[in-house]
Write a protein that binds this ligand. Structure first.
Ligand code: PDD
Length: 284
């Protein structure tokens, strides 16, 4: 049986229910959701789910797409349209769609989806047998070396930078810089040593980072792979970030304090030149 899905105020056959590839839920995990159980055609714990939904929306600054009354009537209508007496109602609201950027517009129309899942929720046989578990390290989300689209935090952090009149963030963990919101972070010491955090699951293994380190070493620059603190970065001769979109971008101020003389330094400038020259020559 084909379901009728709710999509942005319309009732649509499930095969016709489509969301833009530019949706921020898809590109940045910039979305929230709820799952509510239905038994005997009635919503279980509905008040709790709606309260959490509002907390989640508020936390992300996504406007509620419909009023409380409409939301409840949509739940009733989706049950009726899909003849759902037992199962689940899945609801997802994303910030909406626009061209990909970590910074987002404030006037986006949220994408609002609801669908049903008909399945027994009562009489689960495992209630009698029980289930087994294994222990596993908490990792939500500590695997930053994987280039996933779990980019919501980075996006929100970049919005905070914008609010503060800055362009980006240096993310700090345990007193040490991990990365910028979507680029690797580096400094150059007064003695001319390029310092960059070693590869681990704390940061994305930037392709540009790797290339720049190679080229820096080849150009005779001393490279030290160790973590650095925001204080060390503020006192450094230069700071810069690397990524596939920014190449080598000088960072001239951190928390409002100039780095070096507050202007792009010679090492970052030179590394950008070398990088572009070398990579253009090997571009395919
Ligand atoms: N971002 N760190 C993070 C968290 C990133 O998202 C990126 C890239 C980098 C740099 O990796 P590379 O040099 O391979 O581009 C480091 C891309 C450019 C983006 O999300 O737009």
């Amino acid at each position: 049986m084909s379901r009728i899905v709710h999509l942005n105020g319309a009732w649509v056959a499930e095969a016709e229910a489509k969301v833009s590839v530019f949706d921020r839920g898809f590109l940045f995990a910039d979305a929230i959701y709820e799952v509510t159980a239905v038994i005997g055609g009635k919503l279980i714990d509905y008040a709790g789910h709606v309260a959490r939904l509002k907390r989640s929306l508020d936390a992300l600054g996504i406007p509620a797409p419909v009023s409380d009354e409409t939301l409840l009537s949509l739940h009733r209508e989706i049950m009726a349209r899909n003849d759902l007496t037992e199962g689940l109602i899945y609801l997802q609201i994303s910030r909406g769609a626009e061209d990909r950027d970590f910074l987002f517009s404030s006037d986006l129309a949220p994408t609002f989806v609801m669908f049903t899942q008909k399945k027994p929720v009562l009489g689960n046989p495992k209630w009698e047998s029980g289930i087994s578990v294994i222990t596993w390290p908490e990792g939500r989300w500590v695997n930053r070396q994987i280039k996933t689209v779990q980019l919501l935090y980075s996006s929100l952090a970049k919005m905070e930078a914008k609010k503060a009149g800055a362009d980006d963030v240096f993310l700090v963990e345990d007193g040490l810089v991990t990365e910028a919101s979507s680029a690797n972070a580096h400094i150059v010491t007064a003695g001319g040593v390029l310092v960059t955090r070693p590869l681990s699951n704390a940061l994305l293994h930037g392709i540009t980072r790797g290339s720049v380190l190679d080229l820096a070493a080849r150009a005779g620059l001393a490279v030290e792979e160790r973590a650095f603190s925001p204080e060390e970065a503020k006192g450094a001769a230069e700071a810069f970030i690397t990524s596939a979109s920014a190449f080598v971008m000088p960072v001239v101020a951190i928390d409002g304090k100039p780095v070096g003389d507050g202007r792009p330094g010679p090492v970052s400038r030179r590394l950008r030149e070398i990088y572009i020259e070398d990579r253009l020559a090997s571009a395919i």
